[in-house]
Design a protein around this ligand. Structure first.
Ligand code: UD1
Length: 337
């Protein structure tokens, strides 16, 4: 019998791509989402892509009574927990909201899981837990720190999980530290859909390509990197989604938790990404250099070795596919509106 998974935040950017990957891998999936940062059309798009009717509960992950009712109705084998706030700038303005949602949400969920006897969890963490990296590529053993309340919630979330696992051996948790997820599903039906002006690089470039924003501001041209601009480990969101399937498979297979990086191990600069996107959309995209963004490290990229050893994970989609899939999604979206 196929295993049944609860996907919190399953209508969001990474959650929706992971939903598709899980269905394709033969899992049964139920989505919990409050649509705080997800589009209403996503469930329909997921049905179109997978051909499977979506089971969805619209609730907040902090709503314990709703969680208890859902766990009572469905015998879940595991939970993949995406539901959280993720804008770094906003987290500086509203730290308590981030603590409540990201930490309160995690604790509430784990309490509901324990009560229902579900002890397999995959947790969305972030390369933000490495703060400003001391050396590159970044292994999981690198020192941990935080540069903002968002990063703090991921770090403390990991700690909450570690202490809970230490107190009760029934828990098996996969902690996945994402690097920079970009791109979209090949169907063009789901992708990243920021409600306001994007803070992150790829969605910003996409809006410049679509003519919705005049030009990209490249934050800093004097970093100690080959072209002076920031270097990041961009990973195709479908590769990231596959990483969640492998993480669940490992939890079910080994009954052991793991904490791994999900990245490609390859860094690309801001200008390299802009160049690749220009190629994908067929025109040179305008940009200007502006001062560095405070708190940004010069470079960040993963040591992907442990994810390969423990999960058998290896990213397969390159920079070109990241950009063409994003551009395809932007055009499908525009055609829809
Ligand atoms: C950011 C967060 C990280 C979070 C991740 C979510 C910070 C410091 N880090 O990562 O905690 O997990 O988003 O995806 O905010 N850039 C520009 N112009 C822009 C936007 C970005 O030049 O308009 C540059 C940045 O300076 C950086 C690179 O592009 O060098 C990537 O930036 P971004 O996409 O925001 O991701 P991170 O900062 O790596």
């Amino acid at each position: 019998m196929s295993k049944r998974i609860l996907l919190t935040g399953g209508a969001g950017y990474i959650g929706s791509h992971t939903y598709v990957a899980l269905i394709e891998a033969g899992y049964e999936v139920v989505i919990l989402d409050n649509f705080a940062n997800a589009a209403r059309r996503v469930p329909g798009a997921l049905e179109q892509i997978t051909g499977v009717p979506v089971t969805l509960f619209e609730h907040d992950v902090l709503d314990r009574a709703a969680l208890d009712a859902i766990f009572a109705e469905h015998a879940f084998d595991a939970v993949v927990h995406f539901a959280a706030l993720k804008a770094v700038g906003e987290s500086v303005e509203k730290p308590l909201e981030y603590m409540q949602c990201n930490l309160g949400g995690l604790v509430t969920l784990m309490q509901a899981m324990a009560q229902a006897g579900v002890f397999n969890l995959v947790f969305s963490s972030s390369a933000a837990v490495y703060g400003v990296p001391e050396s590159l590529p970044i292994p999981e053993t690198a020192p941990l720190s935080h540069a903002n309340p968002y990063g703090y919630t991921k770090l403390v979330g990991e700690e909450i999980i570690a202490q809970t696992c230490a107190s009760d051996p029934r828990w098996s948790v996969g902690v996945l530290r994402y690097f920079n997820p970009v791109g979209a599903h090949t169907s063009g039906l789901i992708g990243e859909d920021p409600k306001d002006i994007p803070n992150n690089l790829m969605p910003y470039i996409a809006k410049v390509a679509a003519g919705e924003l005049p030009q990209l501001s490249v934050f800093g041209d004097d970093y100690a990197t080959p072209d002076g601009t920031g270097v990041r480990d961009f990973i195709h969101v479908c590769d990231l989604a596959d990483g969640h399937v492998l993480s669940l498979n490992a939890l079910f297979r080994d009954g052991l938790g793991h904490t791994v990086n999900l990245g490609t191990g390859q860094g690309y600069s801001v200008l390299e990404l802009l160049g690749a996107y220009s190629k994908a959309c067929g025109r040179d995209l305008p940009f200007q250099f502006t001062p560095r963004r405070p708190g940004d490290p010069a470079a960040s990229y993963a040591d992907p070795g442990l994810a390969k050893d423990v999960l058998g994970f290896k990213a397969t989609r390159g920079l070109e596919e990241m950009c063409t899939s994003s551009w395809h999604w932007i055009n499908t979206c525009a055609a829809d509106n």
